[in-house]
Design a protein. Structure first.
Ligand code: GDP
Ligand code: IMO
Ligand code: MG
Length: 451
């Protein structure tokens, strides 16, 4: 080939083409994984499953109230802060600015991973803008709940509400504040003084030791220094380079501070919109949203739950699904799949693909119900009511499906599922007008069906 015959335009096209070739199979994707019910849908398992195909996994909100479980080759990991991509050795993990970090909890998670031979150095970055959970947040969470009596929310007592309250009151302490020791000390002293006054005079609770807290947080600063980054810059550069990102939500849509069953919610935005604010990524960069839903419904903590089981069946079902909280160990409330909730989640999150988890838990049931709408004042309601007083009076309307009564644990292809299980899933897809992309048939990573 005579290079003198190549004109500049061909050369430019050639360079562009080579760039493209280098990115072969690497069509940029920014996928949000969002909880579509009341949390604990199996987000950890789904994120772990998809992280092998992702360069980066980034957590965007919540804190140690989350408990994301991954079972890998018989070993169990439960992550509270650390993104569920950390077990994929080539994946970098990011804790975004929207997360509230409990230093004690985070260090424990890192040490636990180290003990299991997983080094996070160079694979974990923490936003300098993330807020810190302070000991007074945890104490306040406890006394506030105790003070509420019957009206309590049933929080995880991880200090989440008080930490986000300080963030929005503009008195929160951020990772970046740790870097300037003098102003950190000053801010902390001011906050502790104020919180001690509150704890002592209103709640008659123990006061906090200012120096002890300062010393402990300075120690934490030394340990996390290597992980701190401007993660928005990092993530947006990765997007420009054509990398694949997975954005991991905590909690679930019905626990969202704006869209959940307020006041029985958490204090952040688990919905997909929270991924943009919690990571510093613009909405135009999001390529898809996967909504994770159990094949039934669960909830932990107080608040309305239209399809909730009661009595002996509720207890038996809880054992069948091992439905106990990953963070607090509390028994989870269980109920039938609720298509009104599923459709609500699809709407507020822009979900374009569903991951159904725990199908295997239904394997032994004679019949399985789906709530297709609610009845209120003799009218059918298909849109999840925003007024809690109306929701309380809504009666779920069910359709009944025959159980498949076969084990699904070893199935790896959709077409190999029992006919009745396929029909059940197809009905969910039909009612939600959304494609099911993943089906979980067990807690291990490989106990999954890609559709
Ligand atoms: P997350 O908070 O959404 O990550 O969910 P949790 O980890 O709190 O709770 C989900 C539970 O279900 C965990 O114990 C998982 O190991 C388990 N799990 C996830 N997917 C499946 C599945 O398809 N089948 C079964 N049997 N268990 C699953
Ligand atoms: P993951 O990420 C399920 C619930 C609590 C309580 C309410 C408020 O594992 O799905 P908080 O401590 O946040 O102030 O509690 O929210 N809750 C969860 N329920 N899964 C979670 O996280 C949860 N995080 C908080 O039980 O009802
Ligand atoms: Mg959980």
């Amino acid at each position: 080939m005579d290079f003198r015959t190549i004109n500049p335009t061909d050369l430019w096209v050639g360079v562009f083409y080579v760039k493209k070739i280098n990115n072969i199979g690497r069509k940029m994707s920014v996928v949000i994984v969002v909880g579509a019910q009341w949390g604990d849908e199996g987000k950890g398992k789904v994120v772990d499953l998809l992280s092998g195909e992702s360069d980066i996994v980034a957590r965007y909100q919540g804190g140690a109230n989350a408990g994301h479980t991954i079972n890998l080759k018989g070993e169990q990991f439960i992550f509270h802060h650390i993104p569920s991509g950390i077990l994929s050795p080539n994946t970098v993990c990011v804790i975004g600015n929207g997360v509230v970090i409990d230093p004690y909890g985070l260090m424990e998670e890192i040490e636990l991973l180290n003990k299991k031979g997983i080094d996070v150095t160079g694979r974990l970055y923490i936003s300098h803008k993330a807020h810190l959970i302070m000991p007074y947040h945890k104490l306040l969470d406890k006394v506030l709940e105790e003070d509420q009596g019957d009206g309590k929310i049933g929080t995880t007592l991880r200090g989440i509400g008080p930490a986000y309250a300080d963030k929005y009151s503009r008195i929160g302490i951020r990772i970046v504040d740790l870097l300037d020791r003098d102003s950190f000390r000053e801010k902390l002293r001011k906050n502790i003084k104020e919180k001690n006054r509150l704890l002592k005079t209103i709640y008659n609770a123990e006061e906090l030791d200012e120096d002890k807290i300062i010393n402990e947080y300075v120690e934490f600063d030394k340990k996390i220094d290597e992980f701190v980054k401007d993660t928005s810059v990092f993530l947006n550069s990765a997007i420009k380079e054509g990398k694949n990102l997975l954005l991991e939500g905590a909690q679930g849509t019905l626990l969202d501070i704006d869209y959940g069953t307020y006041p029985f919610v958490t204090s952040s935005n688990p919905i997909s919109g929270g991924a943009c604010t919690g990571l510093g990524i613009g909405p135009t960069k999001i390529t898809s949203v996967i909504g994770v839903m159990k094949a039934y419904t669960t909830r932990v903590g107080r608040g309305p739950f239209p399809t909730e089981f009661i009595g002996e069946f509720a207890d038996n079902f809880r054992e069948l699904g091992s439905e106990y909280g990953s963070t607090t160990g509390r028994p989870r409330r269980c109920g039938w799949f609720d298509a009104v909730i599923a459709n609500y989640s699809i709407r507020v999150n822009g979900i374009d693909g569903i991951a159904i988890t725990k199908l295997d838990v239904l394997d032994t049931l004679d019949e399985i119900k789906i709530c297709t709408c609610y009845q209120y004042n003799n009218k059918n309601i298909i849109h999840f009511p925003s007024d809690p007083k109306i929701l309380q009076k809504c009666e779920p309307i069910y359709e009944t499906h025959p159980g498949w009564k076969q084990l699904t644990k070893n199935v790896r292809k959709f077409e190999d599922l029992p006919e009745k299980a396929k029909k059940y899933l197809s009905r969910i897809s039909e009612l939600t007008e959304t494609k099911i992309k993943i089906v979980g048939v067990g807690s291990e990573r490989n106990e999954s069906i890609r559709c």
